[in-house]
Design a protein around this ligand. Structure first.
Ligand code: ADP
Ligand code: ZN
Ligand code: ZN
Length: 731
C-alpha cells in the first residue's frame, strides 16, 4: 500500500491522502505528522489505500508515523465514524476531538515524570499500633507504602480518600515518607487477583435487579435501572462491576457531572481497592488525562469513570457500560460536535455485544418509551433502602405574602429543622442576588448589550453579569436612563436567599453552593466536608446540589421559584422540571428521620406537582408520552435543527429560508418547518435563528440530512455560521 487516508482537525467532510510507503495495517489508528498547507499537522490514519483519486503530483509525503503510543483500535475508529455520520460532523474533527490534547500536539509523547512517595527509614519503623485507630487514612497509606519499596504514585495515594493529601503532608513533615521524582511508567495490565471489600447485604429489589442481569443471555442488552432516589442504584452498579472485573473485563461508568466523580470514585475505590480506576473528565490537567486515557487503553484500568467525553475512550476489554442519571442533559454536548454520550454508549455496547445499564429515577422519555415498548428491559427499584420516601407538599404562594421569595410555612419549617439539629436545603435554580435590576421610576432594566438577556445582579461582587456571554459591569449608582438613585433588584437568586435567611434566622449557619461559590479549586470538596461534619444548618443552592449527593443529616428541602419553567415554549421543559425536582427532593431524608419537601408554587393543582407529590413518575411520563404522540413530538418523530448565527437576524433567517428551499428539492418525506428566531435570539453579539426538520423514521431523517448538508454548504455564504443539531434537546 502506498497511500494513507488521514483524518485532520479541519471542518471539511473528507479524509486527506498522503504517500506513506512504510505504513502497514498496524498503523491504522496511529497518529501521523503530515504537511498541511504551509504547516505541519497531526492527523490519524484511518485507512490504507493503493490508489488515490488525486493527481499524483499533488499527493504529498507523510512526515512520520508516531508509534509512541498504541494506535486507536478498530472499534473506536468505528465509533468515531458512526459519530461523524450520525451527527453529520466532519470525521477529522470527530477523531481528533476524541484524543487527549497532548496527543494532538506535534511533539511525540516522551513519557512523563511522576511524583512518588516512599517510606523513609523512620516511616518503616512506625508501628501501626502507635497510631490512633481513627487515623484510618494514615494507617492505610502506611500499609500500602510498605508493599511498594519503590514508592507509589502520588495520584494513586491521593485517590484513596479526600483527606489523603493532607495526611501525606503531615506524614512528610514527620519525616515518615519522602517525595521522589520518577519517570512515570505507563500502567500495564497485570494479572492481580481481584480483591473485593464486601458491601451491604442487598435489598430484595437490588438482588432481583442484579440477578436479572446475571441471568440474561450474553450479548447486547440495554437495561433501564429505574430506581427512585435513595433506592441504592449505585449498589447495583457496583455488584455488576464486580462481576465484570472478576472476569478480567473493563467497565465504563459515565456520570453527568465532574462534581459527582470524587464521591463515586471513593466508593468504587473502597470496594475494589486493588483495581486501577481511571477518571476522565475536564477537571483533570492534560497530563493526568493522558495518563488515565493510556491506562484505559492499555487495559490496565479496570474501571473508567468519566463524563461524556469518556465515551470515546479505547477500552480493549470493555464488558459493561453504565450511564448514571441517563436523563441528564449534560450527556449532550451543545456546541461543536453535538453528540449524546448516552446514545453513543448504546451504540458502542451494541457493536461490542455487551450489556449497558441506564440508571435514573426519572428516565428520559425516549428511554422510558423504549422500556415500555420492550426494546429495553427494565429493572425496578421502587423503594428507598432504609428510609421512607420524603413527604412532598406544595405551598400555595398565591395566598401567602412572601418574604424575599420565601413563605412563612417554609421559614418556620426551616426554624424547626434547625432546632432539631438537622440540615435543610433551600433550592433555587438561579445564582446571583437578583435576576435583574430595575428602575421603578422609568422602567429601565439591566439588559445585556450583546444578548437578549438581562444582566444578573451580583451584590457581593458589586457587579452586573450576563450569564450567557460573560459580559460584566459595575452596578450603576443611578438609573442610566433617568438618573433615579433608587434602583430595585427584582426577583430572587441564591445570594438574596442567603442574605435574607441570615437576617431572618441570625443564628443559622448558612452555606451557599452555586457555580460562583464553588469556582475555586477544591472549594466544593471543602463544602462537602463542612456539610458532612454538620458545620452547616441551611444550604442554599442551585442544581449543583441536586444531583446524587448523599447528605444524611439533610431533612428539609424547600423549593423556591420552580414555576418559571412550567409554561415554557420548550416541549421538554416539564420533563426536565420533574426530573430536577425529583432529584432535589431526593436529597431529603436519606438519614434517620423522614424527609420533607416543600415546593412553593402558584399552581399547586398542576399535574406535574400532583404527580410529584404522589412520587409517581411513571404516571406523569405516560401522560407526557400520550401528549407527545398526539402532538407529533419525539420520541414519536425524529428531529434535527439547523442553527444559524450572523451579525444580523435577517442574514440568519434568509440563509434558513434558502436552506428550506434547498431542502424541499431533496426527495424525502421529512417535514421542514419555518425558520424562526432562536429561543434566545441574540447571544454574545450574534443573532441566532433556527429551522427544525422532522421525520417519521430515523433512516429517513438521516438520508435527508446527508443530501441536504451538501446543498447547505453552497447556500451559506460567508456571513452565516451554521450547524446541524441531530436529536436536539433544546429548541
Ligand atoms: P440512588 O443512587 O438510587 O439514589 P444510592 O445508591 O445513593 O441511591 O443509595 C442510597 C443510600 O443507601 C446510600 O447511602 C447507600 O450507601 C445506601 N445503600 C444502598 N444499598 C444498600 C443496602 N443494600 N443496604 C444498606 N444500605 C444501602
Ligand atoms: Zn429610571
Ligand atoms: Zn450577554
Amino acid at each position: 500500500m502506498s497511500f494513507i487516508r488521514v483524518a485532520l482537525d479541519v471542518p471539511l467532510p473528507t479524509l486527506f491522502d498522503y504517500r506513506a510507503a512504510a505504513a502497514t495495517s498496524d498503523d491504522i489508528g496511529a497518529r501521523v505528522l503530515v504537511p498541511f498547507g504551509r504547516t505541519i499537522a497531526v492527523g490519524v490514519i484511518v485507512e490504507l489505500a493503493s490508489t488515490t483519486s488525486l493527481p499524483p503530483q499533488r499527493v504529498r509525503r507523510a512526515l512520520s508515523i508516531l508509534r509512541d503510543v498504541p494506535p486507536l483500535p478498530a472499534d473506536i475508529l468505528g465509533l468515531l465514524k458512526f459519530c461523524s455520520d450520525y451527527y453529520h460532523h466532519p470525521l477529522g474533527e470527530v477523531v481528533l476531538n476524541a484524543l487527549p490534547t497532548r496527543l494532538r500536539q506535534r511533539q511525540a509523547f516522551q513519557g512523563e515524570k511522576a511524583t512518588h512517595y516512599r517510606l523513609t527509614g523512620a516511616g518503616l519503623a512506625v508501628a501501626a499500633e502507635s497510631l490512633p485507630r481513627r487515623a484510618t487514612i494514615k494507617l492505610e497509606l502506611l500499609r500500602l507504602l510498605r508493599t511498594a519499596e519503590a514508592g507509589i504514585d502520588e495520584a494513586v495515594l491521593r485517590a484513596i480518600a479526600p483527606r489523603a493529601a493532607a495526611a501525606l503532608k503531615t506524614m512528610t513533615e514527620h519525616g515518615w515518607i519522602e517525595r521522589v521524582a520518577v519517570a512515570r511508567e505507563l500502567p500495564r495490565a497485570g494479572a492481580v487477583a481481584l480483591r473485593v471489600v464486601p458491601g451491604p447485604a442487598l435489598t430484595d429489589e437490588q438482588h432481583a435487579a442484579v440477578a436479572s442481569v446475571r441471568s440474561a443471555d450474553a450479548g447486547f442488552t440495554p437495561w433501564l435501572l429505574h430506581g427512585v432516589t435513595g433506592s441504592g442504584k449505585t449498589e447495583v452498579y457496583l455488584q455488576l462491576v464486580g462481576d465484570l472485573l472478576a472476569c478480567g473485563k473493563q467497565v465504563l461508568l459515565l456520570v453527568p457531572e465532574i462534581n459527582l466523580t470524587p464521591q463515586l470514585e471513593a466508593l468504587v475505590h473502597a470496594r475494589f481497592p486493588d483495581t486501577l480506576l481511571a477518571a476522565l473528565h475536564s477537571g483533570l490537567n492534560e497530563s493526568e488525562r493522558l495518563h488515565n486515557w493510556l491506562a484505559a487503553q492499555s487495559g490496565a484500568a479496570g474501571i473508567v469513570l468519566g463524563t461524556r467525553l469518556a465515551v470515546f475512550t479505547p477500552l480493549p476489554k470493555l464488558g459493561l457500560v453504565v450511564v448514571d442519571e441517563e436523563q441528564d442533559s449534560s450527556f449532550k454536548q451543545t456546541d461543536g460536535l453535538r453528540y449524546s454520550a448516552r446514545d453513543l454508549a448504546l451504540w458502542r455496547a451494541k457493536q461490542l455485544a455487551i450489556p449497558i445499564v441506564l440508571g435514573s429515577a426519572t428516565p428520559a422519555l425516549e428511554t422510558f418509551h423504549k422500556a415500555l415498548n420492550g426494546s429495553y428491559r427494565t429493572l425496578a427499584l421502587t423503594r428507598r433502602v432504609n428510609t421512607m420516601p420524603p413527604v412532598i407538599e406544595c405551598i400555595d404562594t398565591r395566598r401567602e405574602p412572601l418574604i424575599d421569595g420565601m413563605s412563612q410555612a417554609l421559614l418556620s419549617a426551616l426554624r424547626i429543622t434547625m432546632k432539631r439539629g438537622e440540615q435543610s436545603l433551600v433550592f433555587i435554580n438561579r445564582r446571583g442576588f437578583a435576576p435583574v435590576l430595575m428602575c421603578p421610576s422609568c422602567g429601565w432594566t439591566s439588559g445585556c448589550e450583546r444578548c437578549s438577556a438581562k444582566l444578573v445582579l451580583h451584590l457581593q461582587e458589586q457587579r452586573l453579569r450576563c450569564h450567557h456571554c460573560g459580559h460584566q459591569e459595575r452596578v450603576p449608582r443611578a438609573c442610566p436612563q433617568c438618573g433615579n438613585q433608587d434602583l430595585k433588584p427584582l426577583g430572587q437568586g441564591t445570594q438574596r436567599i442567603e442574605s435574607a435567611l441570615a437576617r431572618i434566622l441570625p443564628s443559622a449557619r448558612i452555606l451557599r453552593i452555586d457555580r460562583d461559590s464553588t469556582r475555586r479549586k477544591r472549594a466544593w470538596h471543602e463544602m462537602r466536608r463542612q456539610i458532612h461534619a454538620q458545620e452547616v444548618d441551611i444550604l442554599v443552592g442551585t442544581q449543583i446540589l441536586a444531583k446524587g449527593h448523599d447528605f444524611p443529616q439533610l431533612n428539609l428541602v424547600g423549593v423556591v421559584n420552580a414555576d418559571s419553567s412550567l409554561y415554557s415554549t420548550d416541549f421538554r421543559a416539564s420533563e426536565r422540571l420533574f426530573a430536577r425536582l425529583t432529584q432535589v427532593a431526593g436529597r431529603a431524608g436519606r438519614g434517620a428521620s423522614r424527609g420533607r419537601v416543600m415546593i412553593q408554587t402558584d399552581f399547586p393543582a398542576h399535574v406535574l406537582y400532583q404527580a410529584l407529590c404522589r412520587d409517581d413518575y411513571p404516571a406523569f411520563a405516560k401522560e407526557l408520552l400520550a401528549e407527545r404522540k398526539q402532538a407529533g413530538f419525539p420520541p414519536f418523530v425524529y428531529q434535527a435543527v439547523l442553527r444559524a448565527e450572523a451579525s444580523r437576524l435577517e442574514t440568519a433567517l434568509e440563509f434558513l429560508i434558502r436552506a428550506a428551499r434547498e431542502g424541499a428539492k431533496v426527495e424525502s418525506s421529512v417535514t421542514i418547518y419555518d425558520p424562526v428566531p432562536a429561543g434566545m435570539p441574540r447571544r454574545a453579539g450574534l443573532e441566532r435563528a433556527q429551522l427544525t426538520v422532522q421525520a417519521r423514521s430515523r433512516p429517513g431523517l438521516h438520508a435527508f440530512l446527508r443530501a441536504w448538508q451538501v446543498r447547505l454548504g453552497h447556500a451559506a455564504g460567508r456571513k452565516v455560521r451554521w450547524a446541524l443539531d441531530v436529536d436536539p434537546l433544546e429548541l
